[in-house]
Design a binder for this molecule. Structure first.
Ligand SMILES: C[S@@+](CC[C@H](N)C(=O)[O-])C[C@H]1O[C@@H](n2cnc3c(N)ncnc32)[C@H](O)[C@@H]1O
Ligand SMILES: [Zn+2]
Length: 435
């Protein structure tokens, strides 16, 4: 059979709980028959179900997997979706693992999506999703149809759409663990210039405790490093880069967000046509457990691995992870647009839940292209300097005065990102801030 596909077109927390009945419960990652039989075996622990309000939207999670702590991740997704709709005039979203449908609802109502496909493999979720969506948005018919609810494995949902050349502007995959098997189908089903919102919840892999797992999932051999949670974001972006290159695309990270609830690693990627022949932002990170120095290494520098603190080139204190994304975690101008939009929507300020302004402002700081991967925890630096942990602001000014780039980290409060080598960092702290 000859299959013809039309070409892709280029295109340029707050949560409040009210009471009612049922329970947030983690569903195992479904996998066709395995998913069905685990569903049949499961005995849900029934707890009180609750009516939730996120931003201004009321919905019921019912017996689906729902976490109100993920509201910030949803806020960030809605901000991106809204910016996309405003600049492209159109927005079709595939919410591949929609749970109770809260994201789909928010994309429809807040980002004014033209159409949302709300998919969750678990068909027990159907009534909850349908009730939540229909409570605020009329489904519509034919060309006017605003949403549809399906119960397919995410891969199947995407492949089916791709096969009929039904492309999406944004695909949101809120998956568990480090399942990367969705990447290829997502790239195929996404419009060029479209947005891919990816998730990983595998803190063991980012922490370097399952290097063969991260290797299989993202093509990155990850070892324990003191900034594992940033590595988790870079590993996820790197895995997507590799898969994109295979299909002749490349991706740019618009923002990366780590949340300790879970933990959850989320990245928003824009997908472009054409693979990059040489990507200086894809490579390795090294960390020396002896002196605390970290650096990046490209593929063509692998033979030069070593740490200045060691006499010999080969040092057992040196840990290497990668390949992964080495460039900025976010696109500064894009995050500035997100911040402006959040202000416009009234999401910034007192009583609006998680401090989005602070989060987005730190992300803008972190986007400085001079900043290498990783961060230094003040306590670690202080113990090397044999002094008390210095105040973050004073340390930042001291580093800037010496000509280094520096920013806070959205991942951990008491740490700094800087291009200052650890030995100088320690010296500057001792000279300026030792009490
Ligand atoms: C993290 S929960 C989704 C939460 C939801 N997106 C939210 O923001 O509240 C993941 C959902 O994915 C569904 N799921 C897991 N594996 C899937 C797969 N391979 N395909 C489609 N759905 C899947 C589960 O039934 C579960 O409802
Ligand atoms: Zn060293």
């Amino acid at each position: 059979m000859l299959l013809t596909l039309s070409p892709k077109t280029l295109s340029s927390s707050s949560s409040l709980t009210l009471h009612k009945s049922q329970n947030p419960r983690c569903n195992k990652s479904p996998n066709s028959a395995r998913f069905k039989s685990s569903k049949q075996r499961s005995h849900p622990i029934l707890v009180k179900s609750e009516v939730q309000i996120e931003r201004d939207l009321e919905f019921e999670p019912g017996d689906t997997f729902f976490r109100h702590e993920s509201a910030t991740g949803r806020d960030l997704g809605v901000l991106s979706a809204t910016l996309y709709k405003r600049s492209n005039g159109t927005l079709r979203v595939l919410d591949a693992m929609c749970g109770c449908g809260i994201r789909s609802l928010r994309y429809l109502v807040e980002a004014d999506a033209d159409f949302v496909m709300a998919n969750d493999a678990n068909d027990d979720n159907r009534k909850v999703i349908t009730d939540n969506l229909s409570s605020r948005v009329e489904r519509g018919n034919g060309d006017e149809r605003r949403w549809v609810v399906t119960h397919l494995l995410a891969n199947k949902a995407m492949i089916e759409r791709y096969m009929v050349a039904d492309f999406f502007d944004m695909i949101d995959i809120d998956s568990f663990g480090s399942d990367s098997s969705f990447l290829r189908d997502a790239f195929n089903t996404l419009r060029l210039g479209g947005l891919l919102y990816l998730t990983s919840t595998d803190g063991y892999s980012s922490g370097g405790h399952r290097p063969y797992n991260s290797l299989a999932a993202y093509g990155a051999f990850i070892r324990p490093m003191p900034f594992g949670n940033e590595i988790g974001l870079r590993m996820l972006i790197g895995g997507a880069m590799r898969e994109a290159a295979l299909l002749g695309y490349h991706v740019t990270p618009l923002f990366s967000y780590y949340s300790y609830h879970g933990p959850v690693f989320r990245v928003m990627l824009r997908v472009h046509r054409g693979k990059l022949h040489e990507d200086r932002n894809y490579g390795f990170v090294t960390h020396c457990n002896l002196c605390g120095h970290s650096r990046t290494l490209r593929f063509d520098e692998l033979g030069l691995m070593g740490c200045p603190c060691s006499d010999t080139k080969a040092s057992s204190s040196l840990v290497v992870s990668g390949p992964m994304w080495l460039g900025p975690l976010h696109d500064a101008s894009y995050v500035k647009e997100m911040l402006e939009l959040a202000k416009e929507l009234g999401w910034i300020g007192e009583g609006t839940g998680v401090d989005l302004e602070k989060l987005l402002s730190i992300m803008i700081e972190e986007s400085d292209p001079r900043l290498p991967p990783g961060y230094t925890k003040m306590d670690e630096m202080a113990s090397r300097a044999k002094m008390n942990s210095p105040p973050l602001k004073k340390m930042m000014s001291a580093l800037v005065k010496e000509g280094y780039a520096v920013s806070r980290s959205h991942i951990i409060p008491n740490a700094l990102k800087t291009d200052c080598p650890m030995s100088n960092f320690v010296r500057i702290a001792q000279e300026n801030l030792k009490s």
